[in-house]
Design a protein around this ligand. Structure first.
Ligand code: ADP
Ligand code: ZN
Length: 302
C-alpha cells in the first residue's frame, strides 16, 4: 500500500510517496511562499495519485501532514487542521487539512512537524519500541515533539517547549532573541540567537569552545526540565545547530550535573543512549508523515 507524506515547513514543502514500511519511493520539494502560490503545486503532486485513471497499485490510501505551527490539532474543534497565529502572516488561519481533504478526498493525518519527526524515529529510528520519548529540533527556532504512553502529546494546543523559561548562565548578558519572552530556551539557544550573541553564523563558530559550552548549558537546562516533567525514556536532538556534534557530550555532561542524582534510572545511567541524534538521516520528518498517513487510513477503517 502507498501513502502520501507532506512535511510542511516554513521554507519548503517536502512532498513524498512512501510505503507502510516507511520506504520513500519518490520525493519533491516545493518552496513555501504563499498559500495561493504553493498549495496548488502541492495538490498537483498528490492529485495524480488519487485519480481514477491511476492504476490501483500506484494510488495513495491516505496523506500524512507534519506541519509547522502553531496548528490546531484538536480533532473536534471547528478550526481543526488550520495553521494558527504563525509569524508567517500569509499562512495565518490557513485551513491545511480542509484544503488537502477537499482536493484529494482521502483520509488525512495531521500533526506538528516535531511530533512527525518523533513519530518517524519512534516507528523506524532510534526510539523504535519506546512509548515515552521526546524530539527537539534546534534550528531557526526550537520545537519539541513528545510521546507519552505511546501517544503523541497534544493537550489544549500542543507543547511549545522551545519557550521554556531559562535560568541565565552566570556571565551571559545576552538579552535573548524571542520576541515574546526574550531569554526563553529558543531566545537563548536557537541558531539566530547564537549568531546574534557571537556576531557570526553558528556554522562559523565551530572552533570556539565557549560558544558550545554555553549552548550546551541552555540545552541541558531544557532537557532537565523535560526529564523531570515527562520522564521520557529517550531524548532525540535534531535541527541545524545539532550539526555541531561536539554539543552531544557537553549536553550529556551538564544534564547529568543538573539532575544531580535526584533520579537514577537505567536510562540515565546510559547517557549516550538517553540523549542521542536523530537516526534517520534527515528523513525522520517525512517518514513520520508517512506514519501519520498509515494511522489516518487505519482510523478510517475503524
Ligand atoms: P529550520 O529550523 O529552519 O528548519 P535548520 O534546522 O537547518 O532549519 O536550522 C537552521 C539554523 O541552524 C540556522 O540558524 C543555522 O545557522 C543553524 N545551523 C545550520 N547548520 C549548522 C551547523 N552545521 N552548525 C551550527 N549551526 C547550524
Ligand atoms: Zn519564547
Amino acid at each position: 500500500m502507498l501513502y502520501g507524506a507532506l512535511e510542511a515547513g516554513g521554507t519548503k514543502m517536502v512532498c513524498a510517496i512512501g510505503d507502510e514500511n516507511g520506504v520513500i519511493l519518490a520525493q519533491e520539494s516545493i518552496p513555501t511562499t504563499t498559500p495561493d502560490e504553493t498549495m496548488p503545486k502541492v495538490i498537483e503532486y498528490f492529485a495524480s495519485r488519487v485519480s481514477p485513471e491511476t492504476p490501483e497499485n500506484e494510488r495513495i490510501a491516505a496523506l500524512g501532514i507534519a506541519c509547522f505551527g502553531p496548528i490546531d490539532v484538536r480533532k473536534n474543534a471547528k478550526t481543526y487542521g488550520n495553521i494558527l497565529n504563525t509569524p508567517k502572516i500569509a499562512w495565518r488561519d490557513f485551513p491545511m487539512v480542509k484544503t488537502m481533504k477537499d482536493a484529494l478526498g482521502i483520509p488525512i493525518g495531521f500533526d506538528t512537524d516535531v511530533n512527525g519527526s518523533l513519530l518517524g524515529e519512534a516507528t523506524w529510528g532510534c526510539a523504535k519500541g519506546l512509548t515515552d520519548a521526546v524530539y527537539f529540533t534546534i534550528g531557526t527556532g526550537i520545537g519539541m515533539g513528545a510521546m507519552s504512553g505511546g501517544n503523541l502529546i497534544h493537550g489544549m494546543l500542543h507543547p511549545e517547549a522551545g519557550h521554556l523559561i531559562m535560568a541565565r548562565v552566570a556571565g551571559d548578558d545576552y538579552k535573548g532573541h524571542c520576541p515574546n519572552h526574550g531569554a526563553c530556551f529558543e531566545g537563548m539557544a536557537c541558531g539566530p540567537a547564537i549568531e546574534d550573541r557571537w556576531g557570526k553564523n553558528a556554522k562559523e563558530l565551530a572552533d570556539r569552545p565557549e560558544v558550545w559550552e554555553l549552548e550546551a548549558k541552555y540545552i541541558a537546562q531544557a532537557l532537565t526540565d523535560i526529564t523531570m516533567t515527562l520522564s521520557p525514556q529517550k531524548i532525540i536532538l535534531g535541527g541545524g545547530v545539532m550539526g555541531q556534534s561536539q554539543l552531544f557530550p557537553l549536553v550529556r555532561k551538564y544534564l547529568a550535573e543538573y539532575i544531580n542524582d535526584y533520579i537514577t534510572t537505567k536510562e540515565l545511567r546510559n547517557m549516550n543512549a538517553y540523549v542521542c541524534p536523530a537516526a534517520l538521516n534527515g528523513n525522520q520528518g517525512i517518514m513520520g508523515a508517512v506514519k501519520l498517513a498509515v494511522m489516518a487510513a487505519e482510523a478510517e477503517e475503524e
